[in-house]
Ligand binder design. Structure first.
Ligand code: AMP
Length: 172
């Protein structure tokens, strides 16, 4: 199955000059969605937990956590989690944003995988790795269905292991 054919290019979204990689055709096809989750799961061993990034990371992180039978831990935008949290501020193209994890969500020494839908510059996933490390856990791998190559995402996440199912050149 050619999973790449289920990723739709949307030019100039959400702003002029951005080529948006839309995953809705992929998750809208049950066989393609299931295959993408199977392939992601096959890239790494069973972790102690899945840490998924709001919001499209939840789409892939939840079935992975169920498949492995391990806790699903949401990394959420500032102010959404009701309990005590740890925070990580990260830079966006314009300004900054904050991600949080519940402070009791991971145990020290756990090996977790971080999941998002797409790796671009790596800022979002790097902040999530920082949150995991604040709680004394370790990231065994960061998993993405889609990687945009040429934006330095992999380098930004080093030395964390990065696994992506589909790589696209930014200019593609
Ligand atoms: P980054 O922090 O630069 O790696 O950006 C990753 C986050 O932004 C992910 O949560 C993606 O969903 C989103 N994102 C960034 N660039 C794109 C793009 N070209 N198409 C779709 N989503 C994107």
């Amino acid at each position: 199955m050619d999973l790449r054919s289920y990723i739709r290019d949307v030019p100039d979204f959400p702003r002029k000059g951005i080529l948006f990689k839309d995953i809705t055709p992929l998750i809208g096809d049950p066989a393609a969605f299931a295959e993408s989750v199977r392939q992601l799961a096959a890239r790494v061993g069973k972790p102690d937990a899945v840490v998924a990034i709001e919001s499209r990371g939840f789409i892939f992180g939840a079935p992975l956590a169920q498949l492995w039978n391990v806790p699903f831990v949401p990394a959420r935008k500032f102010g959404k989690l009701p309990g005590k949290t740890v925070r990580q501020v990260y830079s966006l193209e314009y300004g900054e944003d904050t991600l949080e994890l519940h402070a009791d969500a991971l145990k020290r020494g756990w090996e977790v995988v971080v999941v998002d839908d797409l790796l671009a510059t790596g800022g979002t996933a790097a902040a999530t790795i920082g949150l995991v490390e604040q709680l004394g856990a370790r990231v065994s791998a960061a998993l993405f269905p889609v990687e945009l190559v040429g934006l330095g995402g992999r380098a930004k996440l080093a030395p964390a292991r990065v696994e992506a199912l589909m790589a696209f050149e930014v200019r593609e």
